[in-house]
Design a protein around this ligand. Structure first.
Ligand code: IPM
Ligand code: MN
Length: 375
């Protein structure tokens, strides 16, 4: 009897529910084609959590994510709550979820689909061969440091990291680089910040465990510049929480649209899988959002969350084929070209996965060795 996996699905706010509906459609198709048994259970988060239970991470959601095998998230954020106290902000729910799951390593792969190179504002020659994995520390740094707070004319946030926090995320980056092109670029601000000096020393120390991986260090300002000037020079970028937030949006420009990009957040327990785009309130409810970031997050969920590499490959391949065949949502279309809505794009990808599923022998579940969290 095949073990059933429970996926906690948190659609969230804005375009979250629209793109998550397509991600679920693809997951169900994968399950049908491969014999994988999945139970998808929906719970509120963000503004939806505040509306349902007065809490951006309601108790029922907390309980569900900790017993799930993996968590699939849409997006959080609602301009109506911009002025709300911190404990009622949608973003607070997301940060609490990351902390609850202990997902300290956030993987954000960015590559350029050759057929979409024209959608990036960068020159095509810069984009050739771009394939970057950003490994962002996700449960420490300025986002979580205490003390924090705001008074009338002064506010404080605290940047703090321990060697243990740096070591564990560094190992994820080195292990990933080992399976890629063998280069880790660690990004810090060690010319100014003591925390960055500790970061740099600790990463240098961890690098000795990976003699086959090359390590370089860059200051964050230089890294930001090089990311657009010479993006193909990067393999794995390892950085702290806030720098990783900023650099990953910058890197998204390379791909042509934020709507394409997935992420996986890993720790010792269930992983969290989400597109890197936000709730996009300006286009929410119109059925025009790009579901590819969410669907590619399903591929990461299958690969890193459930250890199903063959099914993950099938989803990635389906996205590639649909793009190669010319299917475009509004964000990635040539000006004036025909576009597909969220549902039609999701349906095309699901159909491709369906075709693939019948010709591929999925085989036994494969563990995701390089990215297993060592502990
Ligand atoms: C991201 C988002 C979040 C972050 C926000 C919504 C709190 O921008 O996942 O990159 O800053 O981490
Ligand atoms: Mn961000």
């Amino acid at each position: 009897m095949v073990k059933a996996h429970t996926i906690a699905v948190l659609p969230g706010d804005g375009i979250g529910p629209e793109v998550i509906a397509e991600a679920e459609r693809v997951l169900r198709t994968v399950a049908e084609g491969s014999g994988l048994r999945l139970t998808l259970e929906r719970y509120p988060i963000g503004a939806a959590g505040v509306a349902a239970a007065g809490d951006p991470l309601p108790e029922a959601t907390r309980a569900a994510v900790t017993r799930a095998d993996a968590v699939l998230l849409g997006a959080v954020g609602d301009p109506a709550l911009d002025g709300a106290p911190r404990h009622l902000k949608p973003e607070t729910g997301l940060l609490a979820l990351r902390a609850l799951l202990g997902v300290f390593a956030n993987l954000r792969p960015v590559s350029v689909h050759p057929v979409l190179a024209g959608r990036s504002p960068l020159k095509a020659d810069r984009l050739q061969g771009v394939d970057v994995l950003i490994v962002r520390e996700l449960t420490g740094g300025l986002y979580y440091g205490e003390p924090r707070g705001r008074a009338a004319s002064r506010a404080v946030n605290t940047l703090t990291y321990s060697t243990v926090e740096v070591e564990r995320v560094a190992r994820i980056a080195f292990a990933a680089a080992r399976r890629r092109r063998g280069l880790v670029t660690s990004v810090d601000k060690a010319n100014v910040l003591e925390v960055s000096q500790l970061w740099r020393d600790t990463v240098t120390h961890v690098a000795r465990e990976y003699p086959d991986v090359r390590l370089e260090h860059l200051y964050v300002d230089t890294a930001a510049m090089r990311l657009v000037a010479e993006p193909a020079a990067f393999d794995v970028i390892l950085t702290e929480n806030m720098f990783g937030d900023i650099l990953s949006d910058e890197a998204a420009v390379l791909a042509g649209s934020l709507g394409l990009l997935p992420s996986a957040s890993l720790g010792a327990g269930p992983g969290l899988f989400e597109p890197i785009h936000g709730s996009a309130p300006d286009i929410a409810g119109r059925g025009i959002a790009n579901p590819i970031g969410a669907i590619a997050s399903v591929a990461m969920l299958l690969r890193h969350g459930l250890g199903r590499a063959a099914e993950a490959d099938a989803v990635d391949a389906a996205i590639e084929r649909v793009l190669a065949a010319g299917a475009r949502t509004r964000d990635i279309a040539e000006p004036g070209a025909a576009t597909l809505g969220t549902g039609a794009m999701g349906q095309r990808i699901a159909e491709q996965v369906g075709n693939e599923g019948r010709t591929t022998n999925a085989g036994p579940a494969m563990p995701p060795p390089a990215l297993r969290i060592p502990h």
